[in-house]
Design a protein around this ligand. Structure first.
Ligand SMILES: Cc1cc2nc3c(=O)[nH]c(=O)nc-3n(C[C@H](O)[C@H](O)[C@H](O)COP(=O)(O)OP(=O)(O)OC[C@H]3O[C@@H](n4cnc5c(N)ncnc54)[C@H](O)[C@@H]3O)c2cc1C
Length: 322
């Protein structure tokens, strides 16, 4: 008797704690609302489901890509010919005073809100950054003077089926960087944050002010990924470029890439349904009908313009899939 080969999807469907869909449009899972289908899309609610999903994917020869809230992703129009995996566990608790523990699938905003309610400071300025705790640790997210790396005490992740924990130093954080960006096969499961005390009412007032500013810059319905490019570290710029940068644009030792882009004429540039915001040269959004090809072509054009004007190569903060 000849038995038909069992498809990757069929194996995955048998894994407890794993919700599996085939040919899932990834546009549904990105803030850009752009991206073709994943051959298989699966949401895992436990570390064991993740582990079994990885084993089944390896057995079936499926490439794997992990996503969080999709707020920093550019997915190709052809999608992803493999398994897109999302970890959904989202519990947040306070195991001891001043320490918050969050599972990677939790919304970063839920963690921020919990910290404020408990009168804990230093992640309150990250209010309004979309996405999950896992995505924030991966990219060392931050805003308004504070970033994940300042307060993260430890990160727990899945490495080839084994659960491991790194302290802050081992995470090798730098500006929008961590070791997880270089080890895409590791899946962040949770993180613990050591936070100093603060006055809950004052933290809430500060966070509300930040949110109001952010909502003007990034209206909640805007299909975008926040900043496309990383800012540039002033000290690392060639001296001839440094001399051209006005002191007024330097913030926390960095020059916003928006400044270079603006000088290079980026504001308002358009390709298909993709546009550079007229008020912010490092913000590209989908007007509603945009395609990934146009988005990627516009990004390439912006990079070329800055290269021509300043001899600088901008680096994307956004992550590509497919
Ligand atoms: C309007 C807007 C404003 C923004 N403002 C800011 C800002 O002020 N500061 C800032 O830092 N960012 C900002 N961002 C970018 C984005 O919100 C952050 O990068 C966010 O942390 C991404 O989280 P996510 O869960 O959406 O990750 P995704 O976009 O889904 O994924 C991003 C990367 O993280 C990896 N990843 C996600 N989860 C895991 C996991 N569990 N284990 C391993 N890898 C994982 C993915 O593989 C991918 O490479 C903004 C985005 C938008 C849309």
């Amino acid at each position: 008797m000849v038995t038909a080969p069992v498809s990757g999807a069929a194996v995955l469907r048998s894994v407890p704690g794993l919700a599996v869909r085939e040919h899932e449009p990834l546009a549904r899972h990105t803030r850009f609302s752009i991206g073709g289908p994943a051959r298989i899309y699966a949401e895992a609610s436990t570390p064991d489901a993740l582990r079994q999903a990885l084993a089944a994917a390896a057995q079936s020869g499926l490439a794997v890509n992990v996503i969080g809230g999709g707020s920093n992703l550019i997915v190709s129009d052809s999608g992803f010919d493999g398994l897109i995996l999302r970890y959904t566990a989202s519990r947040i608790d306070q195991p001891e005073a001043g320490l918050l523990h969050a599972e990677a699938g939790a919304d970063l905003q839920a963690l921020v809100d919990r910290s404020i309610d408990l009168g804990l400071a230093n992640i309150h300025t990250m209010t309004g950054i979309p996405g999950t705790v896992g995505g924030a640790v991966y990219g060392n997210a931050g805003a308004y003077g504070h970033s994940v790396s300042e307060t993260l005490e430890s990160a727990t992740f899945l490495d080839s089926g084994a659960i491991r924990t790194f302290d802050n130093a081992a995470c090798q954080f730098a500006y929008r960087e961590s070791i997880f960006k270089r080890r895409k096969d590791w899946i962040i499961l949770s993180a613990a944050f050591r936070l100093p005390p603060g006055d809950a009412a004052a933290l809430r007032t500060a966070a509300d002010g930040i949110l109001a500013t952010r909502n003007q810059k990034y209206p909640p319905e805007m299909k975008c990924a926040g900043s496309i490019f990383k800012n540039l570290i002033l000290a690392e710029l060639p001296s001839a470029v440094r001399a051209r940068v006005p002191a007024s644009v330097i913030r926390e030792g960095k020059v916003p890439s928006a400044w270079f882009l603006e000088q290079a004429g980026a504001k308002g540039l358009r390709r298909g349904g993709i546009e550079v915001a007229s008020y912010h040269a490092n913000l590209i959004y989908n007007t509603g009908t945009g395609a990934s090809d146009d988005l990627q072509a516009l990004i390439a054009e912006l990079k070329q313009r800055v290269l021509n004007h300043f001899g600088l190569v901008l680096t994307e903060e956004v992550q590509y899939v497919g």
